[in-house]
Design a protein around this ligand. Structure first.
Ligand code: ATP
Length: 319
C-alpha cells in the first residue's frame, strides 16, 4: 500500500487526535502517503479528503475533540452511500482506511471492507463499551473528569449535609459510573448491568447516617433512567434534602490524560502496521497491556463485559 486514509466517526473522545497523529506519523515514517478524511463518513461520501503531512498533526497530541471533525451519517448507512464512499477512495488512489470510533463506526467500516476497501478500526469512545479491548481511547480522560467533578460536589455535599445524585454518561455500559463510583467513594452506584434494589440503596444511606456521615454520593449511569427520579424517590423515603447534578458534555471534552495519549499512540500506529501487513476487517485492542487485533465479526458479535468484581469491591468499601 502506498496511500492510506484515516477518519474519526461517531461521538468524539479525548485522545482521538493523538491516534490520528500516531497513524499519520507512522505512515509517513514507513514511506506511505496518509490522507485525512474530514467529517467522518459524510466527508468520505463528499470527497473531503486531504493529504496529511508530519506538520499537519503537530501540536495536537494534547488536544481533546478531533481535528478531523466527526459526524453521524445517515447516507452512509445505505448501500448507495457506501458505494460513493468507496469510489471517492478509489479516485484518490487510497488503498486502505483507518476508522477511529465506536462500534457503529466499525459496522460501517465492515461494509467498506466487503466492497473492496480494506479497513482497520481503532476504538475511540469514552464509554469503554467495545468488546475485546480492556480500554477504549477517551475512557480514562472522561473518568478523571468525572472524579474531579465528584470531588468538588463532595465538598458542598459535606458542607450542607446533603445527598447528591450524579448522572454520568453511559447508555448501555456502566463502566464510567462504576469506575468513577469506586474512585470517588460513592455510597451507591446504579448501572444498567446490575439489578437495582431501592431498599438496599435506602438502607445504605441510613447506615451511613447512623454512623454520622455528613453526605452521600450516588452515581447513576444515564442508561438506567433519570437521576431526578432517583432523587425524588430518595427524598420521599428518607425525608432528606437531595440534589441532582447531570454532568453532561463536560465528560467528552478536555485534554487527554497521559494514559489515553499512550493508548491512542500505540493503537494509531498499530492500525497502520496492520494495513501494511495486508490485514483488514479487524479492530485494534489492548488486552493485558498488549496491543492485539481482532476480527470485526468476532468482536462485534460479543457484548462488552463489565468487571463485576469492581462493583462488588465498591459495595464493600462504601459500607
Ligand atoms: P459512539 O458509541 O461513541 O457514539 P459509534 O461509532 O458507535 O460511536 P454511531 O453513531 O453508532 O457511533 O456510528 C457512527 C456512524 O457509523 C453512523 O452515523 C453511520 O454513518 C455509521 N454506521 C453505524 N452503523 C452502521 C451500519 N450498520 N452500516 C453502515 N454504517 C453504519
Amino acid at each position: 500500500m502506498k496511500k492510506i486514509a484515516v477518519l474519526t466517526s461517531g461521538g468524539d473522545s479525548p485522545g482521538m487526535n493523538a491516534a490520528v497523529r500516531a497513524a499519520v506519523r507512522r505512515a509517513v515514517y514507513l514511506g506511505v502517503h496518509m490522507y485525512g478524511v474530514y467529517h467522518g463518513y459524510n466527508g468520505l461520501i463528499a470527497g473531503d479528503i486531504r493529504e496529511m503531512t508530519l506538520g499537519s498533526v503537530g501540536d495536537i497530541i494534547h488536544r481533546g475533540g478531533t481535528i478531523l471533525y466527526t459526524a453521524r451519517s445517515e447516507e452512509f448507512r445505505t448501500e448507495a452511500g457506501q458505494q460513493k464512499a468507496a469510489e471517492q477512495l478509489r479516485q484518490n488512489g487510497i488503498e486502505g482506511l483507518i476508522v477511529i470510533g465506536g462500534d457503529g463506526s466499525f459496522r460501517g467500516a465492515q461494509k467498506l471492507t466487503k466492497i473492496g476497501i480494506p479497513t482497520i478500526g481503532v476504538p475511540g469512545t469514552i464509554d469503554n463499551d467495545i468488546p475485546c479491548t480492556d480500554f477504549t481511547i477517551g475512557f480514562d480522560t472522561a473518568l478523571n473528569t468525572i472524579v474531579e467533578a465528584i470531588d468538588k460536589i463532595r465538598d458542598t455535599a459535606t458542607s450542607h449535609e446533603r445527598t447528591y445524585i450524579i448522572e454520568v454518561m453511559g447508555r448501555d455500559a456502566g463502566d464510567l459510573a462504576l469506575w468513577a463510583g469506586l474512585a470517588a467513594g460513592a455510597e451507591s452506584i446504579i448501572i444498567p448491568e446490575e439489578e437495582q434494589d431501592m431498599d438496599d440503596i435506602i438502607e445504605r444511606l441510613h447506615a451511613g447516617h447512623r454512623r454520622g456521615k455528613k453526605h452521600s454520593i450516588i452515581i447513576v449511569a444515564e442508561g438506567v433512567g433519570s437521576a431526578t427520579s432517583y432523587a425524588e424517590t430518595i427524598k420521599e423515603r428518607t425525608g432528606w434534602e437531595t440534589r441532582v447534578t447531570v454532568l453532561g458534555h463536560i465528560q467528552r471534552g478536555g485534554s487527554p490524560t497521559a494514559f489515553d495519549r499512550m493508548l491512542a499512540s500505540r493503537m494509531g500506529a498499530a492500525a497502520v502496521d496492520l494495513l501494511l501487513e495486508g490485514k483488514k476487517d479487524r479492530m485494534v485492542g489492548i488486552q493485558n497491556n498488549q496491543i492485539v487485533d481482532i476480527d470485526f465479526d468476532e468482536a462485534l458479535a460479543q457484548k462488552h463485559k463489565l468487571d463485576t468484581s469492581i462493583y462488588q469491591l465498591a459495595r464493600t468499601l462504601s459500607i
